[in-house]
Ligand binder design. Structure first.
Ligand SMILES: [Zn+2]
Length: 129
C-alpha cells in the first residue's frame, strides 16, 4: 500500500517514496534526513534564524520607517547591538548584516521621526501661548 502526500509545487498526490513529482517534475526531498546536516547553514547565511535578535532588529528597523512606529527604531538599535555581540561570539549564527541594518536604519528612523516629532512639539509650544 503506497502512502500518498500532496506535492508542494502542484498539489497532486505523489507516492511518498517518489524522488520527483510525476506531474510537475518537482524534486521531492526527504525533509527528515537532510536536516541537521552541515548544508543547513547555507540558508542560515541569508536569513539568520540562529540569531533571532539580529533578525528582529532588522524587521523592527523596517517597521520604524513608518513615522508612528519610530520608537521601534530605538528597540531595533538595542537588539541590533545585542545581535552583533552574539554574532561576534558565535560567528556560525551569522546575522551581522541584519544587526547592522537594524542599528543604522532603526537608529536613523528613530532620530529622524523623533527629531521631527520633537520640533513639531517645540514649535507648537512656542507658537501657541
Ligand atoms: Zn508536482
Amino acid at each position: 500500500m503506497a502512502t500518498l502526500k500532496p506535492c508542494p509545487m502542484c498539489g497532486e498526490d505523489v507516492s511518498l517514496n517518489a524522488a520527483a513529482c510525476p506531474h510537475c517534475g518537482e524534486k521531492l526531498r526527504r525533509t527528515a534526513k537532510s536536516k541537521s546536516h552541515g548544508e543547513g547553514d547555507a540558508t542560515g547565511g541569508l536569513i539568520p534564524y540562529k540569531n533571532p535578535m539580529a533578525l528582529t532588529a532588522y524587521y523592527l528597523s523596517i517597521a520604524s520607517l513608518i513615522p508612528c512606529f519610530f520608537f521601534l527604531g530605538a528597540v531595533s538599535v538595542v537588539l541590533g547591538i545585542m545581535g552583533l555581540k552574539r554574532a561576534k561570539q558565535t560567528p556560525a549564527i551569522k546575522g551581522q548584516v541584519h544587526a547592522w541594518i537594524g542599528i543604522i536604519l532603526g537608529g536613523g528612523c528613530f532620530l529622524l521621526w523623533g527629531g521631527l516629532f520633537a520640533t513639531g512639539v517645540i514649535a507648537a509650544i512656542s507658537s501657541g501661548r
